[in-house]
Ligand binder design. Structure first.
Ligand code: APR
Ligand code: ZN
Length: 358
């Protein structure tokens, strides 16, 4: 991406050798996620030029000096928060919020880039930059697979699955028998639904503005659907829950309005979890008295509150034991040359997830 608002440009760029603590990965698959789209539209800031792509999997083909966490030939899932392991967030067990990663942004952990073009530094989205055949990645940003799984499924675990399933089971800690409402049923929202089903929620209400998405959500464990384009979703969710609202609600689109709706449709003592990334600067207003009187909890969830290196292998096990339906999640495959078409499909609201195959 050279400029905001322009199609992605597919061209050769230079990639340095991996430095100390870094590995070179040959990318196998990369997912088409809305987060990249936010940067393309300028809804979120990022250093440019940049190689986008943060939902990926591949094979380690070279290791830099001192690497101990991965070996050549390992199949790996990529994490877009490669943790430093030393900052306060990492030490407190919240490596998804690594301070050093946050401070270095779309550069490597040492603040420099391995990508260059026309004598300029080119940045690495999430230190992953997997919309490319090869990527240099910090070793803590690769999670080796012990058993081989299809690369497109592995890529989904790199973002949407861990983000969504993690939001349900690690952030909100959905309890058996509870009621759940999920606003936005794209790749991430469907994963929240899978996580809620895994946690044995008794009622899982899928909320979207598109009928096809709602029908598709039933395959992942949704028990009821609400079309937010027809009628007020807050009213409909309340009607489906005997007037109470849902015990757990999730915002998985990314806007102030849907955040407010997720808050309003939560029950007394409800847990409201915001997963979607709203355009920078957008705010959500909530009724301050209702917050107190109903003892609601409003929280965010970044990367499913997961610790990539220990929790992504859990997602792999759940997939292999038939408890996560990743086979139905990936609906469309593209070549890298088709990436702009892939994003046009996302904009059109095609169901499920798209993945680039290399
Ligand atoms: N109410 C309910 N659903 C909506 C609304 C709305 N007002 N507006 C859009 N949607 C639905 C879309 O129809 C789509 O099914 O939200 C879904 C979003 O899905 P995707 O575009 O596939 O986005 P996804 O990749 O799942 O990411 C969702 O999570 O990680 C973040 O940055 C990401 O903010 C994004 C969010
Ligand atoms: Zn993503």
């Amino acid at each position: 991406m050279w400029e905001v608002g322009q199609p992605l440009d597919i061209r050769e760029v230079d990639l340095d050798e991996p430095k100390a603590g870094e590995v070179l990965v040959k990318i196998g698959s990369a997912g088409i996620c809305r987060s990249d789209r936010h940067f393309m539209h300028g809804d979120a800031p990022i250093a440019i030029p940049v190689v986008l792509g943060h939902e990926g999997a591949g094979t380690v083909v070279q290791t830099g000096p001192g690497v101990t966490l991965a070996s050549e030939g390992d199949q790996v899932i990529l994490s877009f928060v490669p943790a430093c392991g030393r900052c306060r967030s990492c030490l407190e067990g919240h490596s998804n919020l690594c301070d050093l990663h946050g401070a270095t942004g779309a550069n490597m952990l040492d603040g420099t880039t391995r990508l260059h073009a026309d004598g300029k530094d080119v940045h690495h989205m999430g230190k992953v930059a997997c919309f490319a055949e090869y990527a240099v990645i910090p070793e803590t940003g690769v999670v080796p697979l012990t058993d081989s799984i299809p690369m497109d499924k592995a890529a989904m675990i790199g973002c949407s699955v861990t983000t969504g399933v993690g939001a349900a089971i690690y952030s909100a800690e959905v309890k058996p028998g509870s009621t759940v409402a999920v606003i936005g049923c794209g790749g991430v929202g469907l994963s929240v639904i899978m996580g809620a089903a895994l946690a044995n929620a008794s009622q899982i209400i899928a909320v979207d503005i598109r009928e096809a998405q709602l029908e598709f959500a039933m395959r992942f464990g949704a028990t009821h659907t609400v079309n937010a384009a027809d009628q007020d979703p807050v009213r409909q969710v309340k009607d489906l829950t005997g007037g109470r609202g849902a015990d757990y609600t999730f915002e998985v689109f990314g806007s102030g309005d849907t955040t407010k709706a997720a808050y309003d449709m939560a029950a007394k003592r409800g847990i409201v979890t915001v997963v979607g990334i709203a355009p920078w600067g957008q705010e959500a207003s909530i009724n301050a008295v209702d917050l107190v009187r109903n003892e609601k909890t409003l929280r965010g969830s970044y990367y499913g509150s997961a610790r990539s290196r220990t929790d992504m292998p859990v997602m792999v096990d759940l997939y292999q034991s038939g408890k996560l339906n990743l086979d139905d999640l990936v609906v469309r495959h593209y070549t890298l040359d088709q990436i702009n078409e892939a994003y046009a499909d996302l904009d059109r609201g095609e169901i499920g997830r798209g993945a680039i195959m290399f």
